[in-house]
Design a protein around this ligand. Structure first.
Ligand code: KMH
Ligand code: ZN
Length: 278
């Protein structure tokens, strides 16, 4: 299939670990709120949900029961792909971060290296990354590698060569986290350069260049793009989005505007080879 014939997989990241209700009063916290916000986003075009969990007061959590409740509610009415985070929050241990794998998701995010994350350290040693990948594959969960900087792509390519990761690899290029690669057009090719040609890649961009960079990614043939409160609460400069669904709807409009289609959950499953067994 030519690059522009393949539909674009839109991922919604409705909550993350850093954004709070001080940033936006509608950031979902409880499993019910996270599921409801995800389902609204799925209804307008999201095919993948990238999930974090929160305590009822908004504190990020690795508690599998909180993940499981949100997942169960989403799956009741949707076949969207469920991806749990194993990145968690910067202060979590790798054990806390990987408890989300106990919840039978379709996919998980996976870090292949460490970085400064704003003023914090976000640490993932190579042995922890290898162990997390092993845990995911053992449960039939497909990893998506989060590439915040070029070294993470180099490390992922090495893990692939050594058999710790399986081809074709799914990666998400994350542009603009302070401490990671900067949100510039060249960042896309810099992060893809160390990886094999058959990599399936999506793009996440933090901050004011988000729409432009996602449009560029779509025109460069990206497999997918990601939006949601985890990455940005603004639609435009000074204009906060009303909801995760509004961010998804906006990016779907942009994708269609530049001539590509939106992947349904089933098309996304076919493109990423994710069965519905879960
Ligand atoms: N909250 C960040 C420290 C992931 O989900 O894998 C890590 C993160 C990446 O959100
Ligand atoms: Zn995340």
């Amino acid at each position: 299939m030519k690059w522009d014939e393949s539909p674009v997989i839109v991922t919604v990241a409705p909550v993350g670990a850093e954004v709070t209700r001080d940033n936006h009063p509608r950031v979902p916290y409880t499993p019910e709120e996270i599921a409801a916000s995800s389902l609204e986003a799925i209804a307008v075009g999201a095919a993948v949900v990238h999930l974090h969990a929160r305590e009822p007061d908004g504190t990020p959590s690795g508690d599998p029961a909180l993940f499981a409740e949100a997942i169960q509610l989403i799956r009741k009415t949707s076949d969207a792909i469920i991806m749990v985070s194993t990145g968690g929050a910067v202060w979590m241990t790798i054990e806390e971060r990987t408890r989300s794998l106990e919840t039978n998701p379709d996919m998980c995010s996976l870090e292949t290296g460490s970085m400064n994350f704003g003023d914090d350290l976000f640490l993932t040693s190579r042995p922890d990354s290898i162990t997390s990948a092993k845990m995911a594959y053992a449960r039939g969960i497909t990893p998506e590698i989060e590439l915040f900087d070029v070294g993470h792509a180099v490390a992922a390519a090495r893990m692939l060569r050594e058999g710790h990761l399986r081809a074709p690899l799914n990666v998400n290029l994350v542009l603009g986290v302070p401490g990671g690669i900067d949100p510039e057009p060249e960042a896309i090719s810099a992060l893809l350069r160390p990886l094999p040609d058959n990599v399936r890649w999506s793009v996440t961009a933090i901050g004011r260049h988000q729409r432009r960079l996602l449009a560029l990614a779509v025109l460069m043939g990206a497999t997918g793009v990601r939006v949601g409160f985890e990455d940005n609460v603004y639609l435009r400069k000074g204009q906060r989005a009303g909801s995760n669904a509004e961010l998804v709807s906006d990016i779907c409009g942009l994708i269609k505007e530049v001539g590509r289609r939106i992947a349904s959950p089933q098309e996304a499953r076919n493109l990423l080879c994710i069965s519905k067994e879960n």
